[in-house]
Ligand binder design. Structure first.
Ligand SMILES: C[S@@+](CC[C@H](N)C(=O)[O-])C[C@H]1O[C@@H](n2cnc3c(N)ncnc32)[C@H](O)[C@@H]1O
Length: 238
């Protein structure tokens, strides 16, 4: 696949700031099937070290709130400044996705890359904790690390080479996620599909020089990607 916007970031920046499969590529592919007009106010939920927030602010012209629980907003702000972005275009903040500190109806759109499965597996999460902050008609776009088919009752050895059954419980297939979203009123599932860039996003990740990427290498090298996918989700608040 071609990623013209992702290519505006250096390989070393991607390697230093990724926290999983290349978030820039996942975000660019995901936004390719969205209709968020330039200048929208977007929540990057679980933004990690801010790569996708910077991508959306600089390359798509959005005003971005980069909200994350584990990352340091001051470090993210320095990165945003290095990217040429001011605090008028991008707002780094520490926030828990289950207790978001915003006004209802504030966001034109929500984007969440490789994070929604940390908090969104609770069927009440979407309706109670996220949807109220999105304008009516607004899009919610998620790239969720998933399974081609749920196999929790017979986990293959290649997955167990890097992850415990408890960690793998964060990953599910499209049918499982559809059933979760179906429990929420006031939201329409516009589209769900398997993303194309999964394999190259993972290849970029296991090429990173950090202990988490090194830990994931054994699974990927022994065939985990035959079982894993990335699920693109596009929801619309009614
Ligand atoms: C695998 S990392 C992905 C980060 C980033 N989106 C990327 O792709 O590089 C998962 C992120 O989810 C965030 N996260 C997990 N639970 C969260 C919560 N309850 N509220 C906000 N962020 C959360 C973590 O802080 C972490 O940065």
């Amino acid at each position: 696949m071609k990623f013209p916007k992702t290519s505006s970031f250096s390989q070393s920046t991607m390697r230093e700031r990724s926290m999983g499969p290349n978030p820039l590529k996942l975000c660019e592919e995901l936004l390719g099937c969205a209709s968020i007009p330039a200048g929208s106010v977007v929540l990057d939920l679980g933004s990690g070290a801010g790569l996708t927030s910077a991508l959306m602010a600089r390359e798509y012209g959005h005003t971005v709130y980069a909200a994350d629980l584990w990352s340091d907003p001051s470090s993210n702000m320095r990165f945003f400044e290095e990217c040429g972005l001011t605090n008028r275009r991008i707002v780094p903040l520490k926030a828990d996705a289950t207790a978001l500190p915003f006004a209802h109806g504030f966001f034109d759109a929500v984007v969440s890359i490789d994070s929604y499965n940390y908090f969104g597996r609770d069927p009440n999460y979407l309706g109670e904790c996220l949807l109220p902050f999105v304008k009516r008609g607004g899009e919610l776009l998620f790239a969720i690390p998933g399974m081609a088919r749920d196999c929790h009752d017979r986990l293959p050895a290649c997955l167990l080479a890097s992850w415990t059954p408890e960690q793998l419980d964060y990953m599910h297939d499209m049918l499982w996620w559809r059933a979760i979203f179906a429990q929420t009123e006031g939201v329409e599932v516009d589209d769900m599909h398997e993303m194309e860039c999964t394999r190259e996003a993972w290849d970029d990740w296991i090429g990173c020089d950090n202990e988490y990427a090194e830990g994931d290498r054994a699974a990927v090298e022994s065939g985990a990607l035959d079982y894993l996918n990335t699920i693109a989700v596009r929801l619309r608040r009614q």
